[in-house]
Design a protein. Structure first.
Length: 478
């Protein structure tokens, strides 16, 4: 039985249905229209939904993705296409007729189109660029010419600009004429006759001004601009510090080239976060959704780090072999090996995570290394003392209540407590300094986190542990 649109709205409004229930009703209505092949009604239905709801239908019915896109107006189809994941976008482009593909690509905002094209093989990109209108092709090739992860890849040439000599009334006329095709009209850009950026003005300032007032009277000179070669993470920090929804992008000669909007920056921030999480887990960053990436490609992404860490852990064997005689004489030392190395690895991972996050938020830079080192030495010392006292208490308590650890339990407990202080202090210092060192060398700090730090501290932690035990117990048990 078909559920019409008015009934669905009534049910959702008054029965307060969940999002999942609403999507089920949407899906049922969509399936009914497909079964009847009522394309006119399907077109009206899809154009009446939120963009996110249509995107959900595309994900739910991958075999009908091109039907959904083709049944919508080109503008709304482009709005849906740009929020789909990469695998869905590739599937749609692969199956769409050439003329529909051309319409869709030309309708996409330049920055979203560039972002999609840079994920495709070069031969595919060449064919798709041929489908673009001359002006759109020129813009796309220009954006693709900027370095990867640069602001130039994100900027859009769709913005509203005016001249300082314009009146507020003339500005409104310009907005009415060009605003529909602009990425945003929250900010209006002021340029001179040479195309150089003079200032940017919030739309609210224009709305509240008299019609005969000139733009030059609204200029305050507090313009903030980016350069196309700037790193995307730099732009993210600039947006955050200045509370902007859009920022202009200018050349070295201050020519206005385009703008970058907050939605693109938020997307970059999400991508950077996902990439950092994957690297911190000991794998290379995945460029595709987990379930869509080919199995062999997933294997290659993960095995490299596993091999590096595996080889690193063999140094642990070498360290233990070097103290084989010590272990033979004081077998109780081997009992505490997991405790020692896990404490060092955990403290190092904690420090690395905090430092990487602070760098990502712009709270610290490489120049702050000495201040960070002093804080981490103090923190590591306090944490080491805490764990050392607990470790010493475990040995003493084990002897008192369970008769463990032999007659020299006090010296054994002291050795373990001192080793815990050293290992935790060392792990904290390494965890905080390695991300800064990698950043200074131009590498990604996230790559130094959990697995790498843990492996490094495992090896050095054993050396500290056995060295401490040897120094404290050599005249007693060794």
């Amino acid at each position: 039985m078909r559920v019409n649109y008015e009934v669905r709205i009534f049910l959702c409004t008054f029965a307060k249905m969940s999002i999942e229930q609403t999507q089920v009703i949407l899906a049922a209505e969509f399936e009914a229209m497909l079964a009847e092949r009522d394309m006119a009604r399907l077109h009206a239905f899809l154009d009446d939904q939120n963009i996110s709801e249509v995107a959900e239908l595309v994900e739910r019915y991958p075999d009908e993705d091109t039907t959904i896109i083709s049944s919508m107006s080109t503008h709304r189809a482009a709005s849906v296409f740009k929020i789909l994941d990469l695998s869905s976008q590739k599937s749609i482009i692969r199956k769409l007729p050439a003329n529909t593909t051309a319409l869709l690509l030309n309708e996409l905002p330049a920055d979203d189109r560039t972002d999609f094209l840079e994920e495709l093989p070069s031969n595919v990109v060449r064919e798709l660029i041929k489908m673009l209108d001359p002006e759109e092709r020129k813009v796309t090739l220009s954006l693709l010419g900027y370095p990867e992860n640069s602001i130039g890849r994100l900027m859009t040439p769709d913005y509203v600009y005016v001249y300082a000599s314009n009146t507020v009334e003339e500005v409104f006329a310009t907005i009415r004429k060009y605003g529909k095709d602009s990425e945003t009209i929250n900010v209006i850009y002021v340029i001179n006759e040479k195309g150089e950026l003079i200032d940017d003005i919030r739309i609210s300032d224009i709305i509240l001004s008299a019609p005969n007032k000139k733009v030059e009277e609204l200029i305050d000179g507090r313009v903030i601009a980016l350069h196309p070669e700037d790193d995307q993470e730099t732009a993210s920090e600039t947006f955050k510090m200045n509370n902007r929804v859009a920022l202009p992008v200018v050349s070295q000669s201050n020519k206005l080239l385009g703008i970058v909007t907050i939605d693109d920056i938020l997307w970059v921030a999400g991508e950077e976060f996902s990439e950092d999480m994957q690297k911190m887990g000991g794998t290379e960053a995945l460029e595709e959704p987990y379930l869509d990436i080919p199995l062999f490609k997933l294997y290659k992404k993960r095995i490299i780090w596993l091999l590096i860490l595996f080889i690193g852990e063999t140094l642990t064997i070498a360290a233990m072999s070097g103290f084989q005689k010590t272990l033979e004489h004081v077998l109780v030392l081997s009992t505490f090996i997991p405790l020692i190395i896990s404490s060092g690895g955990n403290s190092g991972s904690q420090a690395a995570t905090l430092i990487i996050q602070a760098m990502a938020l712009g709270e610290i830079t490489v120049k702050d290394w000495w201040r960070i080192a002093r804080r981490e030495i103090q923190s590591g010392l306090f944490m080491g003392l805490t764990l050392g006292l607990i470790g010493f208490g475990i040995v003493v308590g084990g002897h008192q209540f369970l008769s463990l650890f032999g007659e020299h339990y006090f010296q054994v407990g002291l050795a373990i407590g001192m080793a815990l202080i050293g290992v935790v202090l060392w792990g904290t210092l390494m965890g905080s300094m390695l991300p800064l060192l990698l950043k200074r060398l131009g590498a990604d700090p996230a790559a130094s986190s959990t697995p790498f730090i843990a492996t490094l501290v495992d090896v050095t932690g054993l050396l500290i542990y056995f060295g401490t035990a040897y120094l404290l117990l050599r005249d007693i048990l060794l």
